[in-house]
Design a protein. Structure first.
Length: 235
């Protein structure tokens, strides 16, 4: 583990329900690797850290198990799941399918103002990319999410948005683990291609462009992990 003492760096948010507080705290610690793959989560310790009873802790762990963040092992309890190349491929395949569909469904609801918004976001990303690569990563991630989220929200399908957000949370673990700097110029070019298709109101073309864009990100990650043997299972 990358910390000392009992606290795993789990955030507490009083405005949420106790279960949600615990769930989000553990999830954040797993994504940031404050809780390492293979590490056991002890219910008693979690109860102490969150000042909660075992009920909400178990509910949170059950949800994390359902979403693939922890594994519930008989007679052992919850263990942080390990990362694998196959899971990475599966997550990106799903993300590509779901996000391309979100773009297609969003197109009928987009107009010239939408194109202007997307161009502004991409200009913001270009400014960020022109800065120091290491320091700009958090800002890049935040604004890149703005670009993608724009389509999710315009798709008009709340359940689709939920599924995309869940997949992206799982993908975040791999990005933290890789410590990889994105290929900014390629991603910006992909965004321009998507925006051009939006301007043309060509849903199929825009969807295919988004699909290629996400699989490009997968390819970059796979090549990165290939240079880091043993970092994740199958790598």
């Amino acid at each position: 583990m990358r910390h000392s003492g009992a606290d795993h760096g789990l955030n507490r948010r009083g405005s949420m329900s106790v279960k949600d507080d615990i769930y989000r705290g553990i999830q954040k610690a797993i994504i940031s690797e404050n809780l390492s793959p293979g590490e056991r989560l002890v219910e008693v310790q979690l109860c102490k850290e969150f000042g909660a009873s075992r009920g909400p802790v178990r509910e949170a762990l059950t949800q994390l198990n359902r979403e693939g963040f922890v594994e519930l092992i008989p007679n052992k309890g919850a263990v942080v799941t390990k990362l694998s190349i196959q899971d990475l491929r599966d997550y990106y395949a799903l993300a590509a399918l779901l996000e391309s569909k979100a773009v297609e469904w969003a197109i009928p609801h987009l107009n010239s103002s939408s194109v202007a918004v997307l161009r502004t976001i991409n200009k913001d990303l270009a400014k960020i990319a022109a800065g120091d690569e290491e320091d700009c990563l958090p800002a890049w991630t935040r604004h890149n999410l703005r670009f993608h989220r724009f389509f999710w929200e315009k798709s008009g399908n709340f359940r689709l948005v939920e599924q995309i957000q869940e997949i992206r949370q799982r993908i975040l673990r791999y990005r933290y683990t890789s410590l990889m700097v994105p290929s900014f110029s390629d991603y910006l070019s992909d965004h321009d291609t998507i925006i051009a298709a939006v301007k043309e109101k060509d849903a199929h073309k825009a969807g295919r462009a988004m699909h290629r864009h996400i699989l490009r990100a997968l390819d970059v990650l796979l090549k990165h992990f290939a240079r880091m043997p043993g970092r994740i299972n199958g790598g």
